[in-house]
Design a protein around this ligand. Structure first.
Ligand SMILES: NC(=O)c1ccc[n+]([C@@H]2O[C@H](COP(=O)([O-])OP(=O)(O)OC[C@H]3O[C@@H](n4cnc5c(N)ncnc54)[C@H](O)[C@@H]3O)[C@@H](O)[C@H]2O)c1
Length: 369
């Protein structure tokens, strides 16, 4: 009788790191691959956890160098969505999707319809929204073939642009930091340096100006800084200078990895509170900030306002309901700061434990029922 499998299966050659090996280093529930030959769709959905509810997270459309790079990214992003949703107290799990390719070349109505059918096939275990490389109009097309999409325009029953809600969450975080450090949640007279006055940063500047905060801003976009100077009396400094500005709070609202071995020694603030994702370049940066006596408000807790706003669509969206939910970020952070002090751990570690406690509690409740 011949060998049941081709010879390669029985050989002792070490296989290249394959899909299951890549996934196996993580703790995801499932990973789904979607293809559509007619439109060139190649998509991956990673569901990290549904312990707290259906996995919610946006769709990133990006020209990844290869499938493995896309897989690694979607695994990482979906896991961070679990932590973000759990720390925000949402009845949502963590998931994320990536579409491989250049959206400028590949995006089409047919592709998003095919993508919508793929999402629909997951029967609600994963709910999508826009992210880098996709737009609300793209998601409206997805919404024509599946109900499992959020963040649609207000006129279509959705919650619209999440950025003002994200900015509101940053303000709630600043109030928590102020209470922790200075014994008052009143922000009047504080000096805040914002890096990046885009959708979130500009909205944040407007809110802080209303609170009587003195603003310093920097952005590669001079129109944005000019508008912040005109409308809120913000002082404008160079992009290379903003993290060195003497201030109460430094607020990274541009790109990630802003807090690194080079920048942290130059900071001249008492706290860091911003909307940017993945602010710490590496885990050791959390300790670097602690060692400098700078209070770091963990980004995934601070910037959850957008996802909270989207989650507020469940049962009918209203801005009032969303605002109440977003403002809870204040109490969550206060608890995280207390844990960090009590246990002598970094605020980042305290925030991770805070999220993990909620996930574990949901899992053990699920086991009992
Ligand atoms: N929009 C949301 O609701 C939301 C939610 C959660 C997290 N975030 C994160 O917050 C950050 C800002 O998001 P956004 O929606 O405001 O994006 P955005 O693109 O509207 O704004 C980013 C701003 O940063 C500026 N910028 C880019 N590189 C810069 C640099 N090197 N130095 C200074 N400024 C620079 C850009 O010119 C732009 O004005 C991102 O990291 C995003 O992932 C946003």
């Amino acid at each position: 009788m011949g060998a049941p499998y081709p010879a390669a299966h029985n050989s002792h050659r070490r296989p290249a790191l394959g899909v299951f090996e890549t996934i196996g280093t993580e703790t995801h529930e499932s990973v789904h691959f979607g293809v559509d030959a007619a439109t060139g769709l190649q998509a991956i959905v990673a569901i990290h956890s549904t312990a707290l509810g259906p996995a919610l997270g946006g769709t990133r459309f990006y020209p990844y160098s290869d499938t493995r790079a896309a897989l690694v990214d979607v695994l990482r992003l979906s896991k961070s969505m679990t932590y973000k949703a759990a720390a925000a107290g949402l009845a949502q799990g963590g998931g994320k999707a990536v579409i491989i390719g250049d959206p400028a070349k590949l995006a089409s109505e047919e592709l998003f319809r095919a993508y919508g059918r793929f999402i629909d096939g997951l029967a609600g275990r994963y709910i999508t929204a826009e992210d880098v490389g996709t737009t609300v109009p793209n998601m409206e097309i997805v919404g024509t073939v599946t109900p499992f999409v959020r963040g649609l325009p207000v006129e279509n029953g959705g919650s619209g642009d999440p950025s003002p809600a994200t900015a509101r969450g940053v303000v709630a975080s600043l109030r928590a930091v102020s209470s922790h450090l200075w014994g008052t949640s009143d922000l009047r007279g504080r000096r805040v340096a914002i890096k990046g006055v885009g959708k979130v940063g500009f909205s944040l500047a407007a809110m802080l100006a209303d609170h009587g905060v003195e603003l310093v801003v920097a952005d590669i976009n001079e129109q944005a800084t000019g508008a912040a100077a005109d409308q809120f009396g913000a002082e404008v400094v160079a992009v290379e200078e903003i993290h060195r500005v003497e201030c109460d709070v430094y607020s990274p609202c541009a790109l990630g990895a802003d807090l690194n071995g080079e920048a942290i020694p130059q900071l001249a603030c008492a706290a860091v509170v911003g909307s940017a994702n993945n602010q710490l370049a590496e885990p050791a940066d959390a300790q670097r900030l602690t060692a400098r006596g700078i209070l770091y408000a963990p980004d995934f807790v601070v910037n959850a306002g957008g996802i909270i706003n989207i989650a507020a669509e469940a049962g009918g969206y209203s801005p009032e309901k969303s605002n109440i939910m977003v403002d809870r970020i204040h109490d969550n952070l206060r608890e995280i700061f207390r844990t960090s002090v009590e246990l002598g751990i970094s605020t980042e570690e305290a925030a991770e434990r805070f999220a993990e406690t909620r996930i574990e509690a949901a899992k053990s409740q699920g086991d009992e029922s």
